[in-house]
Ligand binder design. Structure first.
Ligand SMILES: O=C(O)/C=C/C(=O)CC(=O)CC(=O)O
Ligand SMILES: [Ca+2]
Ligand SMILES: [Mg+2]
Length: 434
């Protein structure tokens, strides 16, 4: 993508070039303490409440009846306006920041509005971008599914007969979906220290196998009435945008509890998402084909096109308490065998009502080889192998004080990068139990 040139100074390596324009929720350190919508541009943030108050949207008269959405503490109301509106607002903001803008008087030459609405990012704080009513995590990363399934059930049973017929998922816990930068407390729970013991008697205490899961999150913008499925051909229109996601996992708690109903306390203690929602249109140039699925799908899952995942370069860093950082994974977001539109179509096929703000997790994204595994479970071969870190340190699973940073970016052209910022979490010790 050729860079869009701006009158605003935007670092050429910024994830937030004019080709992006992601939406989020901010408070600013000095002027405003209530949460409000914003977009990220380079090292700045455009406060959309202040921008709307200062007639910044005067060049987009069609938006006038809806300006109140920029005074809301979440993006849900803006998202519910639908993709055509998101598209129009993004293109309008790209024009306003372009050095050849058709409305120079609105912002480029309006220092008063720049002063009130264009904030240095370091003077703002980001918050959860949406009110998340429901969260469902899927399992579309077939390389991870095979690796994890092999560790849990043996290679012969790694992928169940349903895997290539259904984008399977489990209902996660929305109440503990938190924004990047929120501390994650190590969970206590029931642990089976010796899985070979007979009888099996669990112990109780802090998880000893705390893990990450590198995922993409998809936030919805459209509701479907209960009883009315979302047709696969319309499912893309239900998507507001995408975030990075870390589905923190307590593998020992998960292994003891998950049969027969699936993950529960092994997952529900915390899930982190990045703060800035990257819109579908910003990722359009980075569409990629899904991983092969030779199965004859049922019609409700057959997409009109196959390039329905995205080539997002993904990286995971582990920083130990002494501050040394190791990049432990480098992969791509296209390592998925199911797309989010297929997940939406399956999720609603029985009449489940989806709503704006719902979060869908892709499932852990791993490369076929060991270069970009999405969990420590895989990197450590189920805890059998030490993961070498910088400074001769090692890990099998997370220690208290470890920080995980997930980054994702599309493109390689300086000045035209489309990225997600960071998805960060630091592990805090478990609550002491008597
Ligand atoms: O039972 C298994 O094979 C593993 C299940 C999970 O870890 C659930 C999950 O979060 C799936 C994923 O993120 O890919
Ligand atoms: Ca997961
Ligand atoms: Mg989780």
């Amino acid at each position: 993508m050729a860079p869009l040139k701006s009158w605003l100074s935007i670092p050429s390596d910024s994830h937030f070039s004019l080709s992006n324009i992601p939406f989020g929720i901010i408070t600013s350190k000095y002027s405003q303490t209530e949460k409000r919508p914003a977009v990220a541009i380079g090292d700045h943030v455009l406060d959309l409440q202040a921008f709307a108050t200062g007639d910044g949207f005067s060049g987009l008269p069609s938006l006038k009846p809806h300006l109140s959405v920029f005074s809301q503490p979440t993006l849900n109301a803006f998202a519910a306006l639908g993709q055509p509106v998101h598209r129009e607002v993004r293109k309008y903001l790209q024009d306003l920041f372009s050095d050849t803008t058709s409305h120079p008087q609105i912002l480029k030459d309006n220092t008063a509005l720049q002063k009130s609405a264009l904030l240095p990012k370091h003077e703002t704080k980001t918050h959860l971008p949406m009110q998340i009513g429901d969260y469902t995590d899927f399992y579309a990363g077939v390389n991870h599914a095979f690796n994890a399934g092999s560790l849990f059930r043996g290679p012969a049973n790694a992928l169940q007969p349903n895997y290539y017929h259904i984008p399977i998922g489990y209902h996660g816990r929305a109440s503990t979906v938190v924004v990047s930068g929120t501390t994650i407390r190590r969970p206590n729970g029931q642990l089976l220290l010796d899985p070979t013991a007979d009888p099996k008697v669990p112990t109780f205490g802090p998880s000893r196998r705390l893990d990450i899961e590198l995922e993409l999150g998809c936030l919805l913008c459209k509701a479907n009435p209960m009883g009315e499925p979302v047709p696969i051909k319309e499912a893309e229109q239900s998507i507001f945008g995408f975030v990075l996601m870390n589905d923190w996992s307590a593998r020992d708690i998960q292994a003891w509890e998950y049969v027969p109903l699936g993950p529960f306390n092994g997952k529900n203690f915390g899930t982190t998402i990045s703060a800035w929602v990257v819109l579908f249109d910003a990722l359009e140039p980075y569409r990629a084909d899904k991983l092969p699925n030779e199965t004859k799908l049922l019609p409700y899952l057959v997409e009109p096109r196959n390039d329905t995942v995205f080539d997002i370069q993904l990286e995971v860093d582990l920083t130990t308490p002494d501050g040394s950082t190791t990049t432990i994974s480098k992969g791509t977001g296209k390592n998925l065998v199911w797309s989010f539109p297929q997940m939406i179509a399956h999720h609603s096929v029985g009449g489940c009502a989806m709503q704006p703000g719902d979060l869908l997790g892709s499932g852990t994204i791993s490369t076929k080889d060991d270069s970009g595994l999405g969990s420590l479970l895989e990197m450590s071969a189920g805890g059998k192998k030490e993961i070498m870190l910088a400074g001769m340190d090692v890990r099998k699973f997370l220690k208290d004080g470890d920080t995980i940073t997930i980054r994702g970016v599309c493109g390689g052209e300086p000045g035209a990068l489309v990225g997600f910022g960071e998805c960060v979490g630091t592990i805090e010790s478990a609550i002491p139990f008597p």
